[in-house]
Design a protein around this ligand. Structure first.
Ligand code: AHM
Ligand code: MG
Length: 341
């Protein structure tokens, strides 16, 4: 049998690092911390149902949402791996109201801040649908010997040094970008390594999938309602009607659209005028990946990566995916000058 050449993520990261002779290797080390945590969380997710980690934890998080046991476990595991690694100085997590400043001797000198949604799509945990982890890495502005400031953490998405996600699906994949394209790695559990499986991912310019929680239709702005009608129309030249696909797990919806072509929309609604998704650890990292893959990410009115964040857990509307589809949706959204929601 001919053996296929395998590139592990560690080999890939060190090859990339060699292209930058001045690189200190600190970012590579931070990636290795993330990879360790991803493997641990993956191990626990794969055991869910056999051990007592399904169901609710009994608490409500800073977002006012019910916390699942696996939310707590994943949060603790990522924080532990990132803190022990000593390669980042602060963590902003969906599950913690404030910034977690890491106070161990190694991380006092670290320049990196990480924003993370440790377990995205938690409502899907108990029904065995795909869930994910989303992360975003920034360089602090302040001196490495000083306390990390709020300004260090509230940076616009354009400043991201790297971003990515792990999808715990039918296989476990890590997809990331350091601003030089997007690459995907699949976990080969027999050797315990993420191996390059999807090099240089490009999102198709056009697609035929639209992903939106249509149950909220009556609460959508008119422009979004019009776009949904457009998706359902018959038109051979644009391959409409499009297919509706919505898992309710952002990573699973985003990942499918990234590979196949499509649009994901979480618009403003009457109840949530800023949408539901969080800027720092959901929209920014996915916007970075989308753009690096040739796609678009917008609030409908502005590019996600240009938003200057005001608060750690800020929510923004999100339109992201294939370039032509997102442009069309934004045009229809904006053409309703009175956004009656
Ligand atoms: P979570 O991070 O608490 O799991 O919430 C975010 C999730 C996203 O994964 C998903 O896109 C969205 O919420 C689904 O929301 P809705 O159920 O309103 O459609
Ligand atoms: Mg989430």
């Amino acid at each position: 049998m001919k053996t296929k050449k395998v590139t592990t993520i560690s080999q890939f990261i060190s090859e990339q690092q060699m292209q930058f002779p001045d690189a200190t290797g600190d970012l590579s080390k931070l990636f290795l911390d993330i990879i360790i945590a991803a493997k641990i969380v993956n191990r626990d997710i794969r055991k869910a149902g056999l051990v007592d980690i399904l169901g609710t934890h009994g608490s409500i998080n800073v977002q006012g949402e019910e916390v699942k046991k696996l939310d707590v476990i994943a949060n603790e595991e990522y924080i532990a791996a990132l803190s022990l690694g000593g390669d980042c100085c602060a963590i902003l997590s969906e599950e913690n109201e404030d910034i977690i400043r890491i106070k161990n001797p190694g991380s006092n000198k670290s320049k990196y801040i990480i924003a993370i949604d440790p377990l995205d799509g938690s409502s899907n945990i108990d029904v065995n649908a795909s869930i994910g982890t989303i992360f975003s890495i920034y360089k602090r502005f302040s001196d490495v010997h000083d306390e990390v400031t709020m300004d260090d953490c509230l940076q616009k998405g354009e400043n991201q040094i790297a971003a990515g996600y792990i999808i715990y699906g039918s296989s476990t994949m890590l997809v990331y970008s350091t601003g030089n394209g997007v690459n995907g790695f699949t976990l080969d559990s027999s050797i315990g390594e993420f191996c390059l499986s999807h090099p240089n991912i490009k999102i198709p310019e056009k697609g035929s999938i639209y992903s939106i929680n249509e149950g909220n239709y009556n609460e959508f702005p008119d422009g979004v309602k019009n776009y949904i009608s457009y998706c359902k129309e018959n038109d051979k030249s644009t391959k409409r009607p499009y297919s509706a696909r919505y898992i309710g797990s952002l990573i699973a919806d985003f990942h499918r659209n990234l590979l196949r072509g499509g649009i994901f929309i979480y618009p403003p609604t009457v109840k949530s005028p800023n949408g539901k998704l969080r800027l720092m650890y959901e929209c920014n990292p996915l916007a970075f990946i989308a753009e690096q893959a040739g796609g678009i990410a917008s609030t409908g009115n502005e590019r996600i990566l240009e938003i200057i964040p005001e608060k750690l857990h800020q929510r923004v509307p999100l339109f992201t995916g294939s370039k032509e589809m997102v442009e069309q949706a934004i045009e229809m959204y904006q053409s309703n000058s009175v956004q009656s929601i």
